[in-house]
Design a protein around this ligand. Sequence first.
Ligand code: ADP
Ligand code: GLC
Length: 481
Amino acid sequence: MKKVLFVASESVPFIKTGGLADVVGSLPKSFDKNEIDCRVIIPKYKCMDGKFLENLEYVTHFYMDLNWRSQYVGVFRTVCDGVTVYMIDNEYYFSGPKPYGDICYDLEKFAFFSRAALSILPVIDFRPDIIHCHDWQTGLIPVYLKDCFAQSDFYRGIKSIMTIHNLKFQGIWDVNTMKDIAGLADSYFTIDKLKHGKDGNYLKGGIVYADYVTTVSNTYAEEIKTPFFGEGLDGLMRARSNCLRGIVNGIDYDEYNPETDKYIEKNYNIDTFRKEKVKNKRALQQELGLEVNDRKFMIGLVSRLTDQKGLDLINCVMDEICAEDVQFVVLGTGEERYENMFRHYAWKYGGRVSANIYYSEAMSHKIYASCDAFLMPSLFEPCGLSQLMSLRYGTVPIVRETGGLKDTVEPYNEYDSTGTGFSFANYNAHEMLGIINYAKSVYYNKKREWNKIIDRGMAKDFSWKTSAKEYENLYSQILGW
Ligand code: ADP
Ligand code: GLC
């Protein structure tokens, strides 16, 4: 039995700001329980829903050195869908209104978290064979493992994997502050280790020191070896390419299931969507104050509202997108300029555009179930889960061919009647508009073809089944057993 420990800054159902939480919350329970004992460590944020906080079991507490600081480490435990989850408590670090805030403060927070995650292992009596780290917040773990922790028998030989969910965020700050926070010697801050330009870089440390590096799709694994997608680390990614692989994400097929989903008006499946799916559309139109009309081509967008998601393309041609025969439903939060942009269009095209600038699990499910198409024109997209959720709900994705979007959405080909969605190649607003209009014309003029696109999309399997196996194989490869 292999013992694997996931360490991450977020996980569903406890705390979520994006797809990372979906992955950390759903991959561990997909492993073969006879082969892998996978446990998870996340912070115990005060902003988590009270119903989770109330049901945690207190395990222990102790004080830990973080350079010259001595900090309280509380350990709590719960079991979720058969997976043991430990939470690290420290009110100084984890009592903010959101998991992340000011970057300098976050750097100390996650240095503490990374060190604490390693320090609690003897106390909870779990010696993992592999520590699987996710994103920059856990970048120091592979470094610490080879540094101070390597002197102890308990830690010696533990392997580490660094999974990159988004190379854009690296945890960068000036070297002196970082040294002071992390308590690492000067020798770590050279250009082949944690130093990046003039600064220190957590994720770079993780990538350099991890035994293996993965990212969340094949295409993104290739893209990040190039300067455009490499965010300054493309050279390092090329240097590590022997130990770098893309494994595409899955989604939780129990949580995202149109047949059983409790959030939606009318359940349906691949056999019944032709009749039933539209009932969700009607209900959503009513709820959001849009014109109630089965025929209208309804486009959905559920997203963090940031540059990554290609929202300036939408801004550029929104007037053209919002033709008489289109409805556009947005759910998202993020940068103020994008929030205001969608508010503006909702005001300008009342009854046609609905801007829901908040976070809601329930509303996201309703949008996946109700819309005809789902727009995701990302500038870059390591994997993307929203397009997988759309496919699962029979909502046709319209995406840009980058990262995981390219790997998971097969473009419609009208000549041989194949494909599960629509895609365009260049980051160009009119190219996107052209493909939206093409999708719209298939929807309006070739409804049978449109429904076959849905059939093919719903028949695809984007559960964790295949990818969990790939991770299991990788664990075997790294351990040699
Ligand atoms: P990213 O991780 O880059 O944000 P993904 O597509 O991988 O993008 O994952 C986004 C996840 O966050 C999906 O589960 C999506 O449904 C969810 N999500 C994004 N914004 C919201 C929101 N405002 N309300 C509810 N869920 C949201
Ligand atoms: C990141 C990426 C997204 C990916 C998610 C989960 O947030 O932006 O593309 O799906 O992580 O891996």
